[in-house]
Design a protein around this ligand. Sequence first.
Ligand SMILES: NC(=O)C1=CN([C@@H]2O[C@H](COP(=O)(O)OP(=O)(O)OC[C@H]3O[C@@H](n4cnc5c(N)ncnc54)[C@H](O)[C@@H]3O)[C@@H](O)[C@H]2O)C=CC1
Length: 507
Amino acid sequence: MASGLSSRVISRNITRTIRGPWNFVAGKRCLPVDSSGSMKVIEPASGELLCGVPISGTEEVNRAVGVAKGVFATWSKLSGREGGEKLLRAGQIIRENLEDISRLEVQDTGKPIWEARLDITSCPDALEYYGGLAPCIVGQHVPLPGGSFAMVQKEPLGVIGGVGAWNFPMQTCIWKVAPALACGNTFVYKPSQFTPVTAVTLGEVLADAGVPDGVYNVVQGEGQTGAYLCEHPDVAKLSFTGSVPTGTKVMTAGAQDIKSVTLELGGKSPLIIFPDADVKNAVKATLMANFLSQGQVCSNGTRVFVHRSIAAEFLKQLVTATEKLKIGDPFAEDTTVGATIHEDHARKVLSYVDSARQEGATVLCGGERVLLKGKLAGGWYLSPAVLTDCRDDMKVVQEEVFGSVASVLEFDTEEEAVKRANDTKFGLAGAVFTKDIQRGHRVANAIEAGTVWINTYNLYPTEVPFGGYKQSGIGRENGLTAVDYFTQTRTIYVEMGDVDCGLLYQD
Ligand SMILES: NC(=O)C1=CN([C@@H]2O[C@H](COP(=O)(O)OP(=O)(O)OC[C@H]3O[C@@H](n4cnc5c(N)ncnc54)[C@H](O)[C@@H]3O)[C@@H](O)[C@H]2O)C=CC1
């Protein structure tokens, strides 16, 4: 069968345990050719050592970029259909190995298994979307006067350098890799030093799917390795997910060679609940907007603006629902709150609750470390916090906490809510809850953010673009729009008549 699409994928070369080597270059797992030491990766659930991972040096980054550059000519020459079929097959392989890959993600991140399954399911969603789209990434024919015409071509950029965060390790990687490869680019990815595992799994999946060696590569390391990659002269574009301070460094590195840069950065998003909202749905959305993945979600709606007339009822229901969340073993099917990524981050989250208290907020529930027993005793498990009596100028309301801390703020008028919602340097997301269709659209249009949900929260289908306004980022991932960020345009002008150069030429 030419495409292999409807055949079952037989080859299974996926590593299902936490085992190195941890780089993936030229189609296989490998050790770096140079290294500046080893990173101790901690399993969040237990606080114990998960694995040691060598830190790639400049030579290894050079090697990976060189390999990706070398195969670019071959990969970029495939038709969209040929390349796309391989991405579709990769999606199929992930679906067939979903449970094993989800379990690797749990070990790496500490998030509950049911959430990891949802995250990993979104990976084939992206591979299939861009695999299917690849044959449709075509140019234009533009007729011009006198029978002349232009061909406008969508061309790949070259080697893409990707750097990711730790909260959705495989999803973050695939949101970059799937559109990049579909557009004919090759890739070198540096995962977060806290979650090195599943980016390498993706290498095995792509190899199994028939993606040529070297099209996708992984170099492990900390910030310095990321910096080497971003500064590499043979990297054509940088695609980064992480914090604003690091995003600034990535953009600065890109500026040296005028590289194209896409940045997916932090947020402090508003969730506005009007008095006519369905309170139960608003409570459910507030849980999704604050407590998924231990609150470590960039688009979280951590500033919950509730109309004063329903604030008491809303808070009662929110606190009841929050206190029912089950903190426990990330592998247990009924766990809803897993482990924070690491101790330093957990302490930072708790310090925001302390500062809120000192500034006059009331902690209605949570905001404490919960000690679990046995092998989970070393993990950092935090009870989700609901704060009230908050003011806009409090540190916890101004800054991205990146943990399970919801700040509830009361408002009186629509105009006031919108003004306060937009009073932030971030603009990643936002939401409005109302049954009034005009108000819903009016407020959604007024929120300065890349994504605004009406009557729901934190859903990201691959089909729709995702990215930030203001300091939340530049560029978009997902949807048709992502193609623009992984391609450049070449125009070929074809003259069908004589050259008209005005008065320059006299017979
Ligand atoms: N908008 C979005 O799509 C998302 C944004 N985030 C944001 O990410 C942040 C949390 O993730 P963290 O991993 O703590 O962010 P971070 O900015 O500390 O690190 C992100 C990545 O950058 C690397 N890095 C550090 N210094 C570098 C340098 N000079 N050059 C190149 N790479 C460098 C790190 O090793 C890591 O792989 C939060 O602010 C969160 O909002 C997280 C997930 C999604």
